[in-house]
Design a binder for this molecule. Structure first.
Ligand code: KG4
Ligand code: ZN
Length: 343
């Protein structure tokens, strides 16, 4: 691949419950990143309330973009293109970021680039703070990418930039969704992933042996059986009026998820001749998962820094850079795509 032209990208993300903006140089160097989280607003509903999310994006998006430019000591005139999440996500949330990006593109005459949120998560592994020296090597193709977020869990083989061959995906719950649902069963607060991780730190991962759906012969995942197994156990503790061993249940559940994700990803990397592995999406913030991937010696692994695992705009700017540099810009007619597979 020839060297790509340098460019500074403004990224905007609003697909779910985070309003975010970032400025990124050459797809890798992060000059500024601002994220307004709505977690507190949605916590009382136990999940994201779409109407509330959309209204909150409207309130914050302008200030968030302005803050990112200020943090980077730049103005709109200093960026080369505007990248925005086009989908998948909540329609009412996506349109807020999209309209902001279109307005900025129209006013400044800068090109507009629509980015798939899942592609963004994958490209978060290219991003490092601007003062990182030396800059770690970029991920190399062929690359096996495990994407584990609140809405998606899938394995993609990337043979080049922006090329995804989906090998498999979850047949039911996404990994993050399983964390969120099991947290609710255990009486732990939303969002479930960080709550389970915290509870698990005090527990024994071998206390209970939960089923691992291997789905041999496919590259798919399934987490609903695991969730049901936790539910059954919780019910039996309740029926016997015994206190719930929350820490042990959380640790054993987490261990089962990590085991399946690691085993399957390594097997796929071997089978498809990948050189390296990449893990991204909200669940890649999980300490046990990161440790499991970093402990194996077979493949070099890229995992984004913690602040870039959950939704942010640096990842949208990163994917946007590679789209822009490879000639994929969009028109001002672009509409959001609430359902939009990566491959
Ligand atoms: O990528 P993300 O921020 O949003 C989506 O695109 O879905 O992922 C959010 C998901 C939630 O399900 C959350 O519980 C999970 O990522 N998550 C975690 C952790 N931090 C966030 N799951 C396990 N361990 C964590 N530390
Ligand atoms: Zn996400």
């Amino acid at each position: 691949m020839p060297d790509l032209a340098p460019a500074r990208i403004l990224g905007i993300e609003s697909s779910c419950d985070e309003t975010a903006a970032a400025i990124l140089e050459n797809g890798r160097l992060l000059l500024a990143s601002t994220v307004a989280s709505q977690i507190d607003l949605h916590a009382r509903y136990g999940g994201v309330f779409p109407e509330v999310a959309s209204r909150q994006h409207i309130r914050t998006v302008y200030a968030i973009v302005e803050q990112a430019l200020q943090q980077a000591h730049l103005t709109l005139a200093d960026v080369d293109a505007i990248a925005v999440t086009r989908g998948p996500g909540l329609a009412g949330s996506l349109v807020v970021g999209m309209n902001m990006a279109k307005g900025l593109a129209l006013a400044s005459g800068k090109p507009l680039v629509g980015v798939n949120h899942l592609e963004g998560h994958i490209y978060s592994a290219w991003v490092h703070p601007a003062n990182t020296t030396p800059l770690p090597p970029a991920p190399q193709f062929p690359l096996l990418a495990l994407l584990v977020s609140g809405g998606h869990s899938e394995l993609n083989l990337m043979t080049d930039h922006l090329h995804y061959q989906r090998l498999g995906a979850t047949l039911d719950d996404a990994a993050g969704e399983a964390f969120d649902k099991v947290a609710r069963l255990l009486g732990l607060p939303y969002p479930g992933g960080p709550s389970i991780q915290k509870a698990a730190a005090e527990g024994n991962p071998q206390a209970f042996h939960f089923p691992r759906a291997r789905l041999d012969g496919t590259w798919n995942f399934s987490f609903s059986g695991l969730k049901t197994a936790v539910l059954r156990l919780v019910r039996s503790f309740e029926e016997q009026q015994q206190p719930l061993p929350v820490a042990d249940l959380a640790a054993s559940f987490q261990e089962a998820v990590v085991d399946v994700l690691l085993t399957k990803t390594l097997a796929a990397a071997r089978q498809f001749g990948a050189q390296q592995i990449l893990v991204a999406g909200g669940v890649s913030a999980n300490r046990a998962l990161r440790q499991a991937f970093l402990n194996q010696q077979e493949f070099p692994v890229h995992i984004p820094s913690l602040s870039l695992c959950t939704d942010n705009a640096a990842m949208i700017a990163a994917a946007g850079y590679f789209r822009y540099a490879l000639g994929h810009c969009d028109s001002l007619d672009m509409d959001v795509l609430p359902t939009w597979p990566l491959s």
